[in-house]
Design a protein around this ligand. Structure first.
Ligand SMILES: [Zn+2]
Length: 374
């Protein structure tokens, strides 16, 4: 998932913020200032509640972020590449590029999340206690108390054994460990995610009938999200598992047609783009050395009047900037590479020699054929 605005880099992780997150931030800020803090710490000035709400919201999302940093750091330590962390409507998401290879790794990567939330809870609890002993203002201790509570809730909520929550992943790693079958483990974890989602929706509806509108709606909303996420998470995992077992050479276009760097854009449009069914061509010189790749959208980026005088060499993406893979890489690796860079194709190289081209469409087509045969 590469949506969202690039925000900063912390601890070597690229942090992105999805637009949906800003809405939630404002909602949280508003709830804190209007209802939570006035209810918890009565008798303060309105401006104090606003300051408390800002401090509370920033520290709360800071806590969510640290929870994801914990997952990411352990994943990286276990040798699994991490692209970064995205903050979105439901909190945080560590963009971990591959599945854990063993149940033990999955267990470790997962457990540190709720664990760090619990530690943060204890930290804020201690801070509040210390504040009270030192005679700090109720505004300060109120914020610390509330953050302790929120972090404990975060730890407990994440331990609900429904995939894709942390608890669901722990459950999956346990089933995986005992059954030695990750597919079965994932299926069970998805069932339990759907089960817990349905349970939440049920309790939420009961709440609605009992007159608890806000909590009822929240439960229905989160339960529904859990059901959706369990299903799509399961599908994605199954697909990824399939793609992990397939090499690039099985889906790539072999020895693709190439163009020369000296051609003008006018020629390449007339003789290649309009006559063939491809949206991109690798560029090779007379010795068969691959120089780069020229795409239709790059050509469209040049004004039409300049096509007769502009060369492919001046327009193409050099091979050093293109995504390159090897024929023995897995389709899952290629797909995550393409997703993280946000392009549609990769050159399949054997050292300096071009063996083929693989596109997202090739992978989708391969999957389609696979599913028709199974
Ligand atoms: Zn987590």
């Amino acid at each position: 998932m590469t949506t969202g605005i690039r925000f900063c880099r912390i601890f070597g992780f690229e942090v992105r913020i999805d637009l949906s997150w800003f809405v939630v931030f404002l909602l949280v800020l508003w709830t804190f200032a209007q209802s939570e803090f006035p209810r918890r710490v009565p008798g303060l000035e309105p401006v104090e509640y606003v300051i408390m709400a800002w401090a509370g919201a920033v520290l709360f999302f800071g806590s969510v972020f640290l929870h994801e940093v914990a997952h990411s750091a352990v994943a990286r330590a276990r040798g699994i590449p991490v692209d970064g962390i995205t903050l979105f409507v439901f909190g945080g998401l560590a963009r971990i590029r591959a599945n854990a290879e063993t149940p033990r790794d999955e267990f470790l990567i997962t457990i540190v999340g709720p664990f760090s939330s619990a530690v943060l809870g204890l930290f804020f609890l201690g801070l509040a206690q210390l504040g009270r002993e030192l005679g700090a203002t109720p505004a300060l201790t109120g914020v610390a108390d509330y953050l302790a509570l929120l972090n404990f809730i975060l730890a407990v909520f994440n331990l609900i054994p429904g995939f894709p929550l942390d608890g669901g992943r722990l459950f999956r790693s346990a089933v995986w460990h005992f059954s030695k079958d990750i597919r079965r483990a994932t299926r069970w974890a998805a069932y339990s995610g759907r089960g817990f989602g349905l349970l939440m929706v049920g309790v939420g509806i009961l709440n609605l009938f009992g007159g608890y509108l806000v909590s009822g709606m929240w439960l229905v909303f989160i339960g529904w999200f859990l059901i959706q996420a369990a299903e799509s998470g399961y599908r994605q995992l199954v697909l990824r598992r399939i793609l992990e077992g397939v090499q690039v050479r099985e889906a790539m276009t072999r020895s693709p047609e190439t163009v020369r760097p000296g051609l003008t854009l006018r020629d390449v449009v007339d003789d290649y783009f309009l006559k063939r069914r491809y949206n991109a061509f690798p560029v090779e010189d007379g010795d068969g050395k691959t120089l780069g790749v020229i795409t239709l959208s790059q050509v469209k980026g040049v004004e039409r009047e300049k096509w007769p005088t502009t060369t492919v060499a001046a327009t193409m993406m050099p091979v050093s900037d293109a995504v390159t893979v090897r024929a023995e890489d897995s389709l899952a690796e290629v797909l995550s590479k393409l997703e993280s860079v946000g392009v549609g194709r990769a050159l399949v190289m054997d050292h300096d020699h071009l063996e083929g081209v693989i596109t997202r469409a090739d992978i989708a087509g391969w999957l389609d054929r696979y599913q028709q045969l199974h």
